[in-house]
Every structure is written in structure tokens, then in C-alpha cells.
Design a protein around this ligand. Structure first.
Ligand code: ATP
Ligand code: MG
Length: 336
């Protein structure tokens, strides 16, 4: 089957705020993504690597600087309100903070009824009640009567996120873009939300983009994992192999040095300077200033994604057949 949603050479550059210069933030460059029915793709990367920008581009909440978005193989760039409306019915987004994304003065009933009305037309009476019941059942808020007249502040964080998911499902979408859907939730209920999303993937055959800092949760939940660094994809593959046998030095650092990715980030920074500026990103491989194996080649030419095994790619010159390629070693030894 062809992908449901596909991004080709996606690019987003933001003008630098508060200056009159032509400088831009290179938030996303040359990113390719394919989302398939009933499959989850994880997008993993540290803060500021461009993950949310990709989600917002795919949701068409802002225009692309370059590249294409295809829905079922057809150019999906919304040219007018009607086309945009058709698009968002199929491609729904879930945000990190369900408190922020649910209106505090609206009950669950109001929020879901409104989404049903927008996407499925006006439902009334028993039809409406049945649709509301079904939505709450889908997100395992049972019995519906216990939740339907509640305001967001009367619900727990996990329940709020379930309502936000139900609101997205009201559109009958084919694609869910989930931007760090569990990172603000209590650790004890995170798994419950991932299991719910997995259940929706299977029962509704949704294509899901799962955005996270946490590569361990990507391994648990996603079929494929894409690792981002400073606006570019540096590694892709099935989640199991990417986490078991990471190829790109950045992914190796991410996976191997620390169970806590935030701790890892600070260690890596301590060892080798800050994450790069996206206004003047490093030439060549954007990871080169922090990479213990970087050579002149890495500092001058952008590495393409190179096949490094079955369904796997890494954007690292170390895997090329160029004579002047760097030789890779143990990234952990190199960092000491
Ligand atoms: P986090 O993990 O912290 O959510 P992220 O990976 O989602 O980070 P983005 O929010 O996509 O990262 O940001 C990528 C880069 O683009 C950052 O340097 C950010 O400052 C910049 N950026 C994002 N939105 C804008 C904007 N509207 N205007 C200017 N720069 C922006
Ligand atoms: Mg983000």
C-alpha cells in the first residue's frame, strides 16, 4: 500500500524575530516522512531539533518553505478554506498539554459535540448521544455519563488527554499527529495513553506520527523510528534495530550513554559544546561539532541518508564508500 501521508523534502525556515536582516532559523531541512495505515512512526530528537515544526507543517497550521505534502499520493497543500477543511478532517493533531488545548469553560459534551458538528455535520438527539458515547468508549472513558458533563479542571491529566484524543477522533481521521502526547503526564499513566493510541492504531488502522524526546518510548510504541538532529533526519529504521544497534554517532549517544535523555544532553554538551545555532547551522553534517569522529568531509558536505541495513538509513559519512570517510569508533569511549 502507498503511504497515507507523505512529506517530500520538507523545509521550514523562520525569519529571525526582531531583526531586519534576512537571516532565518533553519528549523527543518530536507525531511522525508511516510506514514502508513495502521503503523506508528516515532520522531525522536532533543529540544529545538524541529519536531513540533514538522507536526505543524504536516497539520498545515503554517505554510512550508519548501517541499511537498501528499495525501494518498496527491498534493495536499491546501489552496483554500474548503480544501484545508477536508485536509484537517483526515489529519488531526494531539498536543502535549491537554489542559492548554481544551477550553476550560467548555464541558466534555460541548467540546466533542462541536468537533462532531464541524466534521460530521449536525447530529441531534439519540444520534448525537450515541456518537458521544462511542467517542468516550473509544478512549476508554466509561461509563460516558461519568465524564460527559465535566469541565477540564474536573478531570485528571490522563482523562483530559483522552478527551483531546476523542475530539480528534470525532473527525474520523486517517492520520494522528501526536506531539509529545505523554510528556506532561504523570509517569504512572503514560503507558495507559500509549496503549490507548496503540489500540486506536489497530482498531481504526490509524497512521500515527509519535513525537517524543524519549527513545525508549519510541521503541515501545513505534514501528519505525526517525531520529532528528538540528532540523535534519539523521537515522531511520525499525524501532527495534535503531534502539538496539544505533548507527549514527548521535543516535548512539542518545541510546547508550544514559537512560535519561535530558541527562545525556547535558553530558554531551558538557563534553562538546552546545547544540548548534539553527540561524547559522554548521556546514556539512550538523552534528560535526559534537562528533568525536568528524573529519574535513563531515565539516564541508552534508551527508545523505545512506543505507546501513534492511530498511535502515543513517546520514553519516562513516557509512559511505568515499575514500576520505571518517572511521567510526565507540562513541562512549570517545566521550570518556
Ligand atoms: P521541543 O522538544 O522543545 O518541543 P522541537 O523539536 O519541537 O523542540 P521546534 O519547536 O520545532 O523544536 O523548534 C525548532 C526550531 O525552530 C527552534 O530553534 C525554534 O526556536 C524555532 N522556531 C519554532 N517556531 C518558530 C517560530 N514561529 N518563529 C521562529 N522560530 C521558531
Ligand atoms: Mg516540540
Amino acid at each position: 500500500d502507498p503511504p497515507v501521508l507523505q512529506a517530500i523534502d520538507l523545509r521550514k525556515h523562520f525569519p529571525v524575530r526582531g531583526t531586519r536582516s534576512r537571516k532565518v532559523v533553519h528549523a527543518v531541512d530536507d525531511v522525508n516522512i511516510e506514514l502508513y495505515r495502521g503503523r506508528v512512526v516515532a520522531l525522536v530528537g532533543e529540544s529545538g531539533s524541529g519536531k513540533s515544526t514538522i507536526a505543524r507543517l504536516l497539520a498545515q497550521l503554517m505554510p512550508v518553505t519548501g517541499g511537498q505534502i501528499l495525501l494518498h499520493g496527491e498534493d495536499a497543500t491546501a489552496k483554500n478554506r474548503k480544501a484545508f477543511h477536508r485536509y484537517v478532517r483526515r489529519v488531526q493533531m494531539i498536543f502535549q498539554d491537554p489542559f492548554g488545548s481544551l477550553n476550560p469553560v467548555h464541558t466534555v459534551r460541548y467540546t466533542l459535540t462541536r468537533s462532531l458538528k464541524i466534521h460530521r455535520g449536525r447530529l441531534r438527539g439519540v444520534e448525537l448521544e450515541a456518537a458521544l458515547d462511542e467517542l468516550l468508549d473509544r478512549v476508554q472513558l466509561r461509563p460516558a455519563a461519568r465524564y460527559i458533563d465535566k469541565f477540564p479542571h474536573e478531570l485528571s491529566g490522563g482523562q483530559r488527554q483522552r478527551v483531546a484524543i476523542a475530539r480528534a477522533l470525532a473527525a474520523n481521521p486517517e492520520v494522528l499527529l501526536a506531539d509529545e502526547p505523554i510528556s506532561m503526564l504523570d509517569v504512572s499513566i503514560r503507558l495507559g495513553i500509549l496503549n490507548l493510541l496503540r489500540d486506536l492504531r489497530d482498531r481504526l488502522q490509524l497512521a500515527i506520527l509519535y513525537i517524543t524526546h524519549d527513545i525508549a518510548s519510541a521503541r515501545y510504541f513505534a514501528d519505525r523510528t526517525m531520529v532528528m538532529y538540528a532540523g535534519r533526519i539523521v537515522e531511520t529504521g525499525d524501532s527495534e534495530s535503531v534502539t538496539q544497534d544505533p548507527k549514527h554517532p548521535y543516535t548512539q549517544l542518545l541510546v547508550r550513554s544514559a537512560p535519561d535523555p535530558d541527562d545525556l544532553e547535558s553530558r554531551a554538551r558538557g563534553a562538546r559544546g552546545e547544540a548548534p545555532s539553527l540561524v547559522a547551522p554548521p556546514t556539512g553534517c550538523r552534528f560535526n561539532p559534537r562528533c568525536p569522529f568528524a573529519t574535513d568531509l563531515c565539516r564541508t558536505e552534508v551527508p545523505p541518508l545512506i543505507a546501513v541495513g534492511e530498511g535502515r538509513e543513517a546520514a553519516c559519512w562513516g557509512y559511505s564508500d568515499r575514500e576520505d570517510r571518517p572511521s567510526l569508533g565507540s562513541v562512549l569511549d570517545a566521550y570518556g
